[in-house]
Structure formats: structure tokens, C-alpha cells
Ligand binder design. Sequence first.
Ligand SMILES: [Zn+2]
Length: 266
Amino acid sequence: MQKLLLVPFFLPVLAAQHPSTRDLAEINWMEFREWVPQKVTTVLLPTGTLEAHGVENNGADITAPLEIARRMAARVNAMIAPVVPYGVTGILDAYAGSFSISEKAYRAYMSDVLEGLARQGFRNIIVVNGHGGPQTAILNELAEQAGRAHHVRTLVVNWWVYCSDITLKTFGEDGGHAGWNETAFIQAIDPKLVHKERYSDNMATPRPADGSWSAYPFPSPIILYQSGQGYVRFDQAKAEAYLGRVTGKMTRLVQDTIDKWDKMGL
Ligand SMILES: [Zn+2]
């Protein structure tokens, strides 16, 4: 006797609770259409640059916001846009492997990227910025313009400034560009990106007080926010605690901001 193979023809199609990927470069267009904007209205846009970073990788300003976006996406129900890796670097652009594009090109490109995300139906565009220098002011301005022009809600956040209280709490001192805090952040993501054996305190210079002096190129790739603080010490446990706390605080900011926009009917 032939055995009957029971084929479950009428399996109920269960609605998926989350998309198969949060990455806009990985999702298929048919799946995208099912999720955006009906069920996902937020997009995270990581931005960075290539710039000398002490003993970190030159792309630290790309590595950090990408990791924050990946850790945050499901928690705030967001998609992740491909990173914009090129940026407006500033006073460290003369260092080997550093790279800067013109402000004119950056403005034109970024405003088109923001418009494109708005056209896809995203209501909340969260720029997770990894690089300061001249880039922050440009991004703030472009995001505000995009919000006004395309009726979307935008947030630009510089993680290392927003989380400076966590730097103090974790390391007991302030940090710096490529200082202990930022180096720890990268060390926690991937220790291979941090070259401890190449480090010396001579690679760091305190940021000059406003109006005191200005040098181009800046004489060292590590720029301490305060004199005597932020020299890199390598502590994997502190690094991992820092990454977790920063990601937590960033996630809460995005969620709180979206909740308030919703409550205010914006
Ligand atoms: Zn950096």
C-alpha cells in the first residue's frame, strides 16, 4: 500500500513580525513594499569619513555609526540605509589615507540622499553621524531643510558628544578625537582594528582653547578634549561596557524623539 504523503496545503500564512533584514541594501523590493511605510517608518542613515584616528582604523567614523545602527535598528523598528562613507574631513585630511570631499559636493549628495529616503516613504530619518569637524553643522542644516521640504522628521546625532557623560562614567575622565573613548568603542566592535603596539601618548595633543592657536594640519591625529585626559589606555572590559551604554543611550534618544513627535502630532 502506498503511503499517503500528507501535504499541508492550507498552512495559515503567519504575518512576519519583522522583516528578514533591516539593511536596505539586502532587502528585496517586494519585501520592502510590504514593510515600508506600512510597518516601518524609520530609517537610520550612518554617515562618516576617512580620517587618521591615532591607532584606530582610518574608517573609525564609518565603523562606529554602522555598529550603532545595527544594534539599534530592531529596537526602534528601523531600516538601515547604506552608509555614506565619504565626508568633509577638516584639519586631519593631510594624514595618510585620510580623504575629504568638497563641501559643495557633500551638500548636494547628502541632500539628494535625504530626499530619496523621504520619497521611499520613511517618516523619520535618523542620521547617525560618526564624524564631527565641519560635517556636523552641514548635516544639521541639510536635515532641517529636508524635514521642512519633504514633510519628514529628522534627527542628527553625534554619538561621542551625546554620550560624553558615559565617557566620564566609564573611564573617569573626558575623551578625545581618537582618544580613549573612541578607541575603546572601536576596540569593542573589533579589537583587530586597534593597533595598541603602535600607540604612544605623543600621538595626542589637547585641543587648543578657543582663539589660542590654530594649526593645519593638526600636529597629531589624537585630539584630547581636555588637557591631561583621554590618553588611550586599553581595557577590553571597559570598552565593551562603553559600547553597550552608548548604544543604549542612543536607542533611547531615537525612541523618545519619535514618541514625542507622534504625541505632538508632528
Ligand atoms: Zn572619529
